[in-house]
Ligand binder design. Structure first.
Ligand code: SF4
Length: 687
C-alpha cells in the first residue's frame, strides 16, 4: 500500500484574534510541523509561541475520541447511536413542552459557520430564547458601546497596516505584547516614524516596555481618565466633532465635572502625568485610542469604553486612516463570533432579534414563520446563574459548545454548583475541560485544523480555515454533531447539509442585507485573498475602512452617550484584585495548560511593598478572600504592579474566578466585573 503523500495546508491559528496564517506540513495524515506563512496579510510571517505549539495538542492523549455518557456517576464510552438516543430521550420532552428551559452556550472561538449553525439550532430547532456565549465575558462592553454609538460593531475600522500612520497611540488596558504579539511590529512602525505610544494599565506589562510611556491608573478608573482628557480638550479649544451627532452637548457639559485635579486624585496618578498626556493628545494630528479588555471587563465597562470613544469622536479623529478609535478583539473568532447569531439578542449578519425587519428577513431565509423566532433570552452569566433553578426562568438542560464556564465564568464556585444541579449537561468539546467533566453527556468534537470554515479577525478580515487532517477515533466535526442533535430531537428541517460547502453557502447567503454582510464571499474568493467586511457583492470590493460618516443608524448620525462612572474606593489600604491573561495561555487553558511547551505556574502578582506590609515572600502561598470565595496561590513579587492592586491570570480552575462576583453585571453589556474585586489578603506566617 502506498503511503499518503506529504502535503502542505495553509490555515489559521486556533487561538487569538490576530488569526496568523500557518503552513501545516502533513505526513501520513498528521501535522508534523507548523511554519508561519510569509505573506500572511496580518502577521507578515511572524507568530507567537502559543500558535507554534498548537499542533502538539492535535493528538494529545487526553483527546476525546468517543461519546461519554454518565451512568452511575461515571462517564462511560458509548456509541454515537446510543448518545443520540440519549439526546432524544433527554431533550425531546423539554423541546415539546418548555424549550425555554434548554440553554445553549457557545464560544468566540467557533468558526463563523458553527456560530451561525449554533444560533440556528437554538432558534429554529430548539426554539429556545436562551442562547449566549463566552464572548459576553470578552468583547461585550466595546461591542455595546460601538453599536449604540454608530449602529455598527467592527473592532478595528481599519487595517492594522494603518497603525504606523498614527502619531500617538493610547493603548488602554490592552496588553498587546503578551496577548496579540505580532501587532507589536506595527507599533514599532509607529515609533520609527516618530510617533509616541502610551500604555495605560495598572500593571507595567511587556506592552508598557514596547510603548515606552506608561501611566498606571487605579483599576476601574480609566474612564475617568478619558473624561479628564475631554475636559482639557474642551478647555483648550480642541473640540471638533468628527460629524454631527446626537448627544454632543450633554457629553461636553458632563466633562466639566472632571477637572484634572479631581481626575488625577481618583485615578491615583500624578496630575503632571495627566497634563503631559493631555498635551500630547491635543497636539497629535492622528491620535488613535485602542482599548482592550482592561476598560471593558467591568460592571461599568460599556460606559468606560464610551468615554474613550466620545473623546476620539469629539476631537475629530474617528474614521481617519491611522487615527480615531479601535477596540482589540481577544478570542480567535471574537469578531465573527459576535456577528452571526449566538448572542442572545442577535441574528446572523449582525442583525437584531428585536428588529421586526431583521426577524422577517431571517424567518424568510430559514423558511419558518416570523413568530417561530423567540425573543432575546438570558445573557451568558444570567444563563449560567439560572442553571438548575426550578423557578419560572430556570434552565434544566444546557448544551455547551467549545466553552469552559467552570473556569471562565464569574463566581466559578457558584456556577460549578449550578451546573451540577442541571438535569442534563451536554458538552461538545475535543478535550475533557472542567465543564466536560461535570457533563451528563460528552460529545467528542473537532479541533481547528480538523474542520473547514472561516474566521474573522480583529480587523473584520475574513479568512479561510482549512482542514488539514481528520479528527481521531469517533470524534466528529462539530457542524455534523449539531445537525445530528437537530435530527435527534425530531427537528431536521434546515439541518441536512450534504457537505460543509452547503452549510457555508447557506451561511454567506444568510448574511445578505445584514450589517456584517459576507454574501459576496466564497471559498474561492477567500483562496485568492482575505476580505474585510462588509462584502456584499461577489464582483465588488471589500471594506478596509469602516466608521466613516454616515453611519448605519436610522438617521445616519452617531449618538454619543454620557458615561456614568462610579467614584473609586479611595480608602487607604484597599486592595483590588484584577484578572487577565499570560502570554503562553489561552482562555480557560483547556488546551494550553496541557501543552508542555507552554508550561506556566499560576501565581498571584503582588508589589514588593505590599508583600512587605503583609509579611509575604516570593513563592509563599497566600490566601485571597473576597465576598464571593477564596483561593490560595503562591506569590510572585512584581515591581511593575500598583501597590494597591493584585493580579491573577484567569487560565486556571480554582483560582481567579472563584473570587469574582457572579451577580453584578454591566447594565448595558451584561459583562461581569472581572477587572476589579475588593480583596483581603490572609498571609500565611513567615518562617
Ligand atoms: Fe498569532 Fe494569536 Fe496564534 Fe499567536 S495566538 S500565533 S498571535 S493568532
Amino acid at each position: 500500500m502506498n503511503a499518503a503523500p506529504s502535503r502542505t495546508v495553509r490555515t489559521t491559528c486556533p487561538y487569538c484574534a490576530v488569526q496568523c496564517n500557518f503552513d501545516l506540513h502533513i505526513e501520513q495524515g498528521l501535522v508534523t510541523r507548523a511554519a508561519p506563512t510569509r505573506d500572511c496579510p496580518v502577521a507578515r510571517g511572524t507568530v507567537c509561541k502559543k500558535g507554534l505549539a498548537a499542533p502538539a495538542d492535535l493528538r494529545h492523549p487526553d483527546r476525546l475520541t468517543t461519546p461519554l455518557l454518565r451512568r452511575d456517576g461515571q462517564l462511560v464510552p458509548v456509541s454515537w447511536p446510543e448518545a443520540m438516543a440519549h439526546v432524544r430521550e433527554a431533550l425531546t420532552p423539554l423541546v415539546q413542552r418548555a424549550p425555554q428551559r434548554i440553554g445553549v452556550f457557545g464560544s468566540g472561538s467557533l468558526t463563523n459557520e458553527k456560530t451561525y449553525l449554533l444560533g440556528k439550532f437554538a432558534r429554529v430547532a430548539l426554539q429556545t430564547p436562551n442562547i449566549d456565549y463566552n464572548g459576553r465575558y470578552c468583547m461585550a462592553s466595546a461591542s455595546t458601546a460601538l453599536n449604540r454609538t454608530f449602529g455598527l460593531d467592527r473592532g478595528l475600522g481599519f487595517p492594522l497596516s494603518d497603525l504606523p500612520r498614527s502619531d500617538l497611540i493610547l493603548l488602554v488596558g490592552a496588553n498587546i505584547a503578551e496577548t496579540l504579539p505580532p501587532i507589536t511590529q506595527y507599533l514599532r512602525g509607529t515609533r520609527e516614524r516618530g510617533g509616541a505610544i502610551y500604555a495605560i494599565d495598572p500593571r507595567a506589562t511587556p506592552t508598557a516596555k514596547v510603548a515606552g510611556r506608561h501611566l498606571a491608573p487605579r483599576p476601574g478608573t480609566d474612564g475617568l481618565l478619558a473624561l479628564g482628557l475631554l475636559h482639557l480638550m474642551k478647555q483648550w479649544g480642541r473640540i471638533r466633532p468628527t460629524a454631527p451627532a446626537h448627544g454632543l452637548s450633554d457629553v461636553l457639559w458632563h466633562a466639566d465635572d472632571y477637572p484634572p485635579a479631581r481626575v488625577a486624585h481618583e485615578c491615583g496618578i500624578p496630575e503632571t502625568d495627566l497634563m503631559t498626556l493631555a498635551r500630547a493628545y491635543a497636539d497629535a494630528r492622528t491620535p488613535l485610542i485602542l482599548t482592550g479588555r482592561g476598560p471593558e471587563q467591568h460592571t461599568h465597562g460599556t460606559d468606560t469604553v464610551q468615554a474613550w470613544l466620545n473623546l476620539a469622536f469629539l476631537t475629530g479623529h474617528v474614521g481617519k486612516q491611522g487615527g480615531g478609535f479601535g477596540t482589540l478583539t481577544g478570542q480567535g473568532n471574537g469578531q465573527g463570533g459576535r456577528e452571526h447569531g449566538q448572542k442572545n439578542d442577535q441574528l446572523p449578519g449582525a442583525r437584531s432579534l428585536r428588529d421586526p425587519r431583521h426577524r422577517a428577513q431571517m424567518a424568510a431565509h430559514w423558511n419558518v414563520p416570523e413568530s417561530h423566532l423567540p425573543s432575546p433570552g438570558h445573557s451568558a452569566q444570567e444563563l449560567l446563574n439560572a442553571c438548575g433553578d426550578s423557578g419560572e426562568d430556570g434552565i434544566d438542560a444546557l448544551i455547551v459548545l467549545g466553552s469552559n464556564p467552570v473556569v471562565s465564568a464569574a463566581g466559578a464556585g457558584q456556577i460549578t454548583e449550578k451546573l451540577r444541579a442541571l438535569k442534563h449537561l451536554i458538552v461538545i468539546d475535543f478535550l475533557p475541560s472542567e465543564t466536560a467533566q461535570l457533563a451528563t453527556l460528552v460529545l467528542p468534537g473537532s479541533m481547528w485544523c480538523e474542520e473547514e470554515g472561516t474566521t474573522t479577525n480583529l480587523e473584520g478580515r475574513v479568512q479561510r480555515r482549512r482542514r488539514a487532517m481528520t479528527a481521531p477515533g469517533a470524534a466528529r466535526e462539530d457542524w455534523r454533531i449539531l445537525c445530528d442533535l437537530a435530527h435527534a430531537i425530531g427537528r431536521p428541517h434546515g439541518f441536512t447539509y450534504p457537505t460543509f460547502r452547503d452549510l457555508q453557502d447557506d451561511f454567506f447567503l444568510a448574511t445578505r442585507g445584514g450589517k456584517a454582510d459576507y454574501s459576496g464571499l466564497s471559498a474561492e474568493r477567500l483562496d485568492r485573498a482575505s476580505a474585510q467586511w462588509p462584502v456584499p457583492r461577489a464582483d465588488g470590493p471589500d471594506t478596509p475602512l469602516a466608521y466613516a460618516p454616515t453611519y448605519p443608524t436610522p438617521d445616519g448620525l452617531a449618538t454619543l452617550h454620557v458615561p456614568r462612572l462610579p467614584t473609586p474606593d479611595l480608602a487607604p489600604r484597599t486592595l483590588h484584585l484584577t484578572t487577565g491573561r499570560l502570554s503562553g495561555q489561552y482562555q480557560s487553558g483547556t488546551q494550553t495548560r496541557r501543552n508542555p511547551a507552554l508550561k506556566a505556574e499560576n501565581t498571584v502578582q503582588i508589589h514588593p511593598d505590599t508583600a512587605l506590609a503583609y509579611g509575604l515572600r516570593a513563592g509563599q502561598p497566600v490566601t485571597l478572600r473576597t465576598a464571593h470565595g477564596q483561593a490560595t496561590l503562591p506569590v510572585t513579587l512584581t515591581p511593575g504592579i500598583r501597590p494597591d492592586t493584585l493580579f491573577i491570570p484567569f487560565h486556571w480552575p480554582g483560582a481567579a474566578n472563584l473570587l469574582t462576583d457572579p451577580d453584578a453585571l454591566d447594565p448595558h453589556s451584561r459583562m461581569p466585573g472581572f477587572k476589579i474585586t475588593p480583596v483581603t489578603l490572609l498571609p500565611a506566617p513567615v518562617h
